[in-house]
Design a protein around this ligand. Structure first.
Ligand code: ADP
Ligand code: MG
Length: 400
């Protein structure tokens, strides 16, 4: 993969950097600036090299038209604070205004353009449309740096077609993320434990089957645990259940047993009367979910304390831990304990720990953990999972 060093002398050159500045916002405030921080290494290095920087990113999922709530403007403000230097903002991605803002950049100056996804060409399924949009993004630029690790698994104009339109290279974040993921796929120190949670099994099928060939232990929490319990014949009340995945999950349990991979399911769960922050809730055995006061209408929203402690014990004995997906609905404090216990175990172990996944990263920060307590917090959930699945990522392929 081509890295920054292959781009040559960049003084006074205009360099477009695809960042992933897709931060969570609440009432216009950034609630987790992790992705902005993660983008700074490349930006600092290229500023020092005297390049003129044009930053591009998406935010949220606008449908190809401008929507004020998805504006990157607050990101420019926060980035300027973190960088300790001005970051210009242009309310347009391509067009006359964007072009004059780019042309006005001096050496070492930084400009952030408005949300890529305000333009239909960015995520178009039509390659010609993506190519046309990429050509406009490339106009007047000398080089392209791909540093949005969270999007390298996407075939989108600013990821793939733009990399083909200009001399291009991976940025430092993409380089660092890949280094960590290669360590997980090529030579993990053992015991190697993967903790999987989050909402849906179907999001993570590929990675589960791939991991079954590589890990020693798989700890299952989050919404997906109920499909595993149901695959073992348990009643799960009104918990999240993907009935169409039951056979697949049974297949995993068989493969794991055959290969000697340990799959650990929770022995207790927190069941609630409703999917609500203030819902009545109680802890029940995982094989008797419908025995709670809420009967068959109870919803499992977190792993129970006994399970969380058991997961923590496995983590403590592991040399490598990859964690993707919260153990429960951590956004509601009543159902955050399982996620907190797992995060604490990761923070305390001496092993190499990687947190992957947008919500998982947001969870550890929301629960008050510091990034430095983990070996690595990936900025790309989908991308890191696809890499661990052994897939070819289009945004990396174009940099080879
Ligand atoms: P990541 O972004 O880290 O890959 P996911 O997107 O797969 O994680 O899942 C995160 C979401 O899963 C969170 O919003 C969380 O509330 C939800 N979740 C966790 N446990 C449950 C559960 N038992 N029922 C429903 N949703 C859950
Ligand atoms: Mg997510």
């Amino acid at each position: 993969m081509r890295t920054l060093d292959t781009l040559g002398e960049l003084r006074s050159k205009t360099v477009v950097i695809r960042c992933d500045l897709n931060v969570p916002l609440k009432d216009g405030e950034i609630t987790d600036d992790g992705r902005i921080r993660a983008s700074l290494a490349t930006i600092r290095e290229l500023r020092e090299a005297g390049a003129r920087l044009v930053l591009i990113s998406h935010l949220g999922r606008p449908a190809g038209v401008p929507e004020e709530r998805y504006s990157l403007r607050p990101v420019a403000v926060r980035m300027a604070e973190l960088l300790g230097a001005p970051v210009g903002f242009c309310a347009e991605t391509v067009g006359a205004e964007a072009e004059s803002a780019r042309a006005a950049l001096g050496d070492g100056e930084v400009l952030l353009l408005e949300n890529l996804r305000f333009n239909p060409g960015e995520t178009s399924k039509d390659e010609a449309e993506r190519r046309a949009f990429a050509a406009r993004l490339a106009r007047g630029a000398d080089a392209f740096v791909s540093d949005g690790f969270g999007v390298v698994h996407r075939r989108q104009a600013s990821v793939t077609e733009l990399a083909e339109a200009l001399p291009s290279a991976a940025g430092r974040l993409v380089e660092a993320e890949l280094g960590v993921l290669r360590r997980l796929t090529d030579h993990p120190d053992r015991p190697y434990t993967v903790v999987l949670g989050g909402s849906k099994v179907s999001d993570k099928l590929g990675v589960i089957s791939h991991l079954l060939e590589r890990v020693d232990t798989l700890l299952i929490g989050g919404g997906m645990l109920f499909t595993f319990l149901a695959a073992q014949g348990r009643a799960v009340g009104a918990s999240l259940l993907e009935a169409d995945q039951l056979d697949t999950v049974r297949g995993y349990l068989e493969t794991a047993a055959r290969r000697g991979v340990r799959i650990v399911l929770p022995s207790d769960v927190v069941v609630a009367e409703a999917f609500a922050a203030d819902a009545a809730h109680e802890v029940v055995a995982a094989d008797a979910i419908e025995s709670s006061s809420f009967g068959a209408s109870g919803i499992g929203l977190d792993i129970g304390p006994v399970s969380a402690a058991a997961f923590a014990a496995v983590i403590a004995e592991s040399e490598t831990v990859f964690w993707n997906g919260p153990m429960g609905v951590f956004e509601m404090p009543a159902f955050a304990a399982g996620t907190r216990t797992v995060a604490e175990a990761l923070a305390e172990t001496d092993g190499f720990t990687v947190v992957g996944g947008g919500d998982s990263a947001a969870a550890v920060r929301a629960l008050g953990f510091d990034d430095a307590q983990f070996g690595h917090i990936s900025t790309g959930g989908g991308a890191s999972l696809e890499f661990l699945e052994g897939k070819t990522l289009p945004g990396l392929e174009v940099l080879a």
